[in-house]
Design a protein. Structure first.
Length: 528
């Protein structure tokens, strides 16, 4: 659109005018001068914030047609032109009426189009200015809200000019680190001095990793604040130049000491709960374990008496004596195995490292702790699927604790029923390139009601009588298995009550020949 026919003085005035109405008035006056017989004019500007249908209803038929079709329309007594933005969107309609009916010449239409174009520019500039002002106000409001939010959460903002080695802190940062502004010179080294020496090396390594590998900061460290050790969390991001080199590093710090101490207290309470759960399980098995140890001791004493009598006679049968000694040694090893199981089960393994351990040995030692109790109450134990040495990375005593808890739960549920049994079955399943061990503990029960199943993993929920259950066994067991990157769940599709422990398999080895749990027979094992 050419503006050559518009006086330069008017264009200059329009550049200086900030008021939209004044700019439009000057342009309309210019149009009326150039178009002879102009009687009046009308300007209908559409506000995008209003309903377009309401706007169209207010227009006369001709003006409405100009707005919809976006083209110039002539009448006997005038002409109407669309107002278009620089992006060709419709802004409104400008109409000129003549005193006497006549045809508006093409030259006049071109001139009016120029005027209307300048009016459109003025309207668009005003709208952009209004939008910009609104955006700036919103940004200012957002900044104020963010500032209030950060201040309420005691979050300090920092900005490190990496190349200039200048570190900028807001007021909250000084509160977090317990430093007065005059004590902080604004360098990275000043910040390093606040960190506990044991954490400085790790923190420096993390920052170098963020700068070199283009990742964000998310780390916790300790500081000394006025002689007191505090825990601080930090997040941040690096702003880089076009070559990927770091320019600035900006982020937040906030004090998390209370949260850390609360988490430590929760861990201590969790450890106590686990210990209480263990002791409860041991209490349930106490009489059976005592019987399990007393039986072999009685056997040892009887065989020792027989051996004394045999050796006191002239011409003692030494081969028979050696066989008796072997039986005594075997019986002693059985007692030792039970004691090892008790020792491993009762210790706190929360801080132990994960080790590679065969699942068969865990099942063996766990069953040694409860076989006598099950036999005394007529509960049959079955096992299957233990044909190989199946190694997993675990804390063995914790896996034993989970298995023992499931066995005790099954015992409590079925021991008074007809022909009760518990089946321990192991299967290998593959999922997404990973092989898992599924340890199934199934009993002769007919399942768990939905209402109870929905709540049984909740802490302190129990169906046992008061004083007989803590309500912590299953929640703790679930937590232990999840800590081992596994899952514990109730198999609702099983005909009988079945819990499934799923753990990642580390290694599978052919099991050597010997007494297997698959051939376990309670009567035979407990009579030896």
């Amino acid at each position: 659109m050419s503006c050559a026919s518009i006086p330069v003085s008017l264009l200059h005035e329009l550049l200086l005018v900030n008021d939209l109405e004044t700019a439009i008035q000057k342009l309309i006056e210019e149009a009326c001068k150039k178009i002879p017989g102009t009687k009046s004019h009308r300007l209908d500007v559409y506000d995008p914030q209003t309903d377009i249908n309401d706007f169209l209803q207010k227009l006369c038929p001709m003006t409405r047609q100009v707005f919809v079709q976006r083209k110039v329309l002539h009448a006997l007594d005038g002409v109407s032109l669309p107002l278009r933005s620089t992006k060709n969107s419709i802004l409104g309609v400008c109409s000129f009426t003549l005193h006497e009916p006549r045809e508006v010449t093409p030259q006049e239409v071109v001139y009016l189009e120029t005027i209307v174009y300048l009016i459109s520019l003025s309207i668009e500039r005003a709208q952009n200015k209004k939008r910009t002002k609104s955006i700036l106000q919103e940004l200012q409001s957002s900044k104020e809200r963010l500032g209030l939010a950060l201040q309420s959460q005691k979050m300090g903002v920092w900005d490190w000019d990496i190349r200039g080695n200048k570190l900028y802190w807001d007021e909250t940062m000084y509160e977090v680190f317990g430093i007065e502004p005059h004590q902080f010179m604004g360098t990275f080294q000043d910040w390093e001095k606040t960190i506990v020496p044991e954490d400085l090396e790790a923190m420096t390594r993390v920052i170098n990793d963020v700068l070199d590998n283009k990742i964000d900061l998310d780390h916790q460290f300790r500081i000394f604040r006025k002689g007191e050790q505090r825990h601080v969390a930090g997040i941040g991001t690096v702003i880089r130049d076009e070559y990927g080199q770091p320019l600035r590093f900006t982020g937040l710090n906030w004090d998390i000491t209370e949260k850390v101490l609360a988490n430590k207290k929760l861990e201590q309470e969790r450890a106590k709960s686990i210990a209480n759960s263990k002791m409860a399980s041991l209490g349930e098995m106490a009489s059976g374990i005592a019987h399990e140890i007393n039986n072999p001791l009685t056997i040892i004493l009887n065989r020792m008496d027989q051996l004394k009598v045999m050796l006191s006679k002239p011409g003692a049968d030494m081969p028979t004596a050696i066989k008796e000694i072997d039986k005594i040694e075997s019986t002693f090893e059985r007692i030792a195995k039970i004691i090892r199981g008790l020792k491993a089960f009762s210790r706190n393994a929360d801080n132990d490292p994960m080790i590679s351990c065969d699942l068969n040995s865990i099942v063996d030692e766990t069953l040694e702790l409860c076989l006598e109790r099950f036999k005394t109450n007529g509960v049959e134990i079955k096992t299957s699927g233990l044909h190989h040495l199946m190694y997993l990375s675990c804390r063995p005593s914790q896996i034993s604790q989970v298995l023992l808890n499931l066995l005790n739960n099954s015992f409590d549920a079925i021991s008074q029923s007809q022909a009760p049994w518990i089946h321990i079955d192991v299967q290998l399943v593959s999922e997404k390139m990973t092989t898992y061990i599924q340890l199934n503990v199934t009993d002769s029960g007919k399942g768990i009601p939905q209402a109870i199943a929905d709540k049984m993993m909740d802490p302190f929920f129990t169906t046992k009588d008061v004083g007989q259950g803590t309500g912590l066994g299953l929640p703790i067991s679930k937590g232990i298995i999840e800590d081992h990157n596994g899952r514990l769940w109730l198999d609702r599709e099983s005909e009988n009550t079945r819990f499934v422990i799923e753990l990642p398999l580390e290694e599978l080895v052919q099991r050597p020949k010997g007494p297997l749990l698959e051939s376990l027979n309670l009567e035979m094992n407990l009579s030896h």
